[in-house]
Design a protein around this ligand. Sequence first.
Ligand code: SAH
Length: 262
Amino acid sequence: MLLLDWPITEKPTGQVALVGAGPGDPELITRKAWRLLEAADVVVYDALVSDELMAELATNTRRIYVGKRKGQHSMPQQAICQLLVDLARQGLQVVRLKGGDPLIFGRLTEEITALDQAGIGWQIIPGITAAAGCAAQCGFSLTERGKAPRLRLITAHSCDDRPINWADLAHQDETLVFYMGLSMAATISAKLQHHGLPGDWPVLLVERGTHHNQRQLRCTLADMHTRIVSEQFKSPTLIYVGQVVAEVASSQQQQMPLKQIC
Ligand code: SAH
């Protein structure tokens, strides 16, 4: 039997671009990321991606939200991996859009592995990670000659629960940036002091950095936990520890809307 419709109608497999959306301000995204977003059939995105950025997508681009919703859990990682595979197998150009930089605490490896196992092509487009975006918005450098020649990005949470080597983190010439650190604030404060950092060591909290409603609070290692509770800091918040934030001022709200500053 002559199969007239084979292989002509066989759908080519789609591809997946794992793309960094940046920390919040929709302009903090690379041109390459935006080009892929414009070409995408479907965008699979999570909670850290800003509403403003999503609003700029073409109206006919399909959106699938896989982040946390109020009172509900986010979609399990395995289900997200399967979703990416299924969409690509339908021949779609898929953008997996992640907050900040997908290479940093982005569970990228699980998704790449699933795509590889399914034989689906992928590429990674890096983004501006929250540590860089928030520091830029607050006006300080993450490293500083003489003061802080090293920078560490630390997740306070990890799936495999590897213990943190606190003694190894308590150095006065480093900048520490804790991601997902709010619920661990008391431990961060106690452990770093225990291992030798002074109680008045500078700490900066930045909530919803680069978003229009960013707020930042300068406090100390000793009082950071109390301040987080009393000022009701919520996720997403970054905790910076180190001399580079010593001169940064607190502000409840951005002084000026972001667009006016530029
Ligand atoms: N891949 C992301 C990080 C994901 S982990 C990146 O590169 O930025 C999620 C954590 O990142 C949050 O709990 C918070 O600690 C931090 N974070 C992400 N966006 C943030 C923002 N706009 N302001 C402050 N912290 C942010």
